[in-house]
Design a protein around this ligand. Structure first.
Ligand SMILES: [Fe+2]
Length: 278
């Protein structure tokens, strides 16, 4: 199995999510997540801050249109396109306000995945540290999602959570040196579980939590530390009910075997209680 996505150095560049009230969601991200919010000519809202960008389109609450990954260079992107074609994923060229040479595929649950090259004038500005870092999916079939991203696109599995029946409850996958850029939880629903911004270190999580407090936004989970990835975390929810994670100290990968963890609260939070998805 070839690690095509990892060789391409793909990192999570932006998400496009649907919302019944994209303007309201954009205003929330502008304030809470320290982003500028602007409406594009086609009606979508673009929110952007330092190394983080999210698009909101009119639609159903909680629906992920696509997760977009940027590759290091055109060679890596070309290899990914060729691999996707060989694997029968029918990659489709797409235009994007944020990426060039982008193509799109769909995973077995219908989530869109886009790969491209980041535009040099990338929407960016100074602000609180927290690059968009990973997206986590919810699914009925973690094995099918893992087979798609790792088996067909060349993500690498970093860790798995295995339940009492020996089934795959969670898969953490990477497309660069970060422990996971994409993860997937077994769940009673399909779609996105949460997305995460990497604050880097503990004191910056404090600054994020103070920012949320100033806006009367309560933490819904954490602070805690995940087992897989060893990252510190807090979670909040946006007005549509999407879960937002701010993380720090995420493990950077060197070669090591895939670890298997028990499906237990302590795996999800070494410090305390967990939100179990299955
Ligand atoms: Fe996460």
């Amino acid at each position: 199995m070839s690690a095509t996505a990892v060789r391409a150095g793909a990192f999570l560049h932006h998400l496009q999510m649907q919302s019944p009230a994209p303007d309201r969601l954009a205003a929330f991200y502008g304030g809470a997540m320290d982003m500028n919010a602007e409406q594009l000519p086609d009606g979508r809202w673009l929110c952007y801050g330092p190394q983080r960008r999210v698009l909101f389109a009119q639609g159903a609450a909680g629906k992920l249109d696509y997760a977009a990954f940027a590759c290091r260079d055109a060679e890596g992107l070309g290899e990914l396109y060729a691999r996707a074609s060989r694997e029968g994923l029918d990659p489709v060229d797409v235009s994007s306000p944020l990426l060039s040479r982008a193509f799109s595929v769909r995973d077995p649950d219908g989530n869109g995945v886009v790969f491209g090259i980041a535009n040099p004038d990338d929407h960016d500005r100074p602000g609180l540290r927290g690059p968009l870092q990973h997206v986590t999916l919810a699914t009925f079939d973690v094995g099918a999602i893992e087979d798609f991203y790792a088996g067909k696109l060349g993500f690498l599995v970093s860790d798995r959570v295995i339940n009492d029946k020996g089934g795959l409850a969670t898969s953490f996958m990477r497309s660069n040196h970060e422990h996971h850029t994409l993860a997937c939880f077994l769940s009673s629903r399909r779609g996105v579980d949460h997305h995460s911004y990497e604050a880097g270190e503990w004191n910056t999580i404090r600054d994020w939590a103070d920012r949320f407090a100033a806006r009367n936004i309560r933490l819904m989970w954490g602070p805690g530390r995940h087992g897989p990835g060893n990252n510190l975390f807090v979670f909040i929810a946006d007005p549509d009910g999407n879960w937002i994670e701010v993380s720090a100290e995420l493990e950077l990968m060197r070669d090591r075997p895939v670890r298997h963890w028990p499906h237990a609260e302590r795996t999800l939070n070494l410090w305390g209680n967990a939100i179990m998805r299955s």
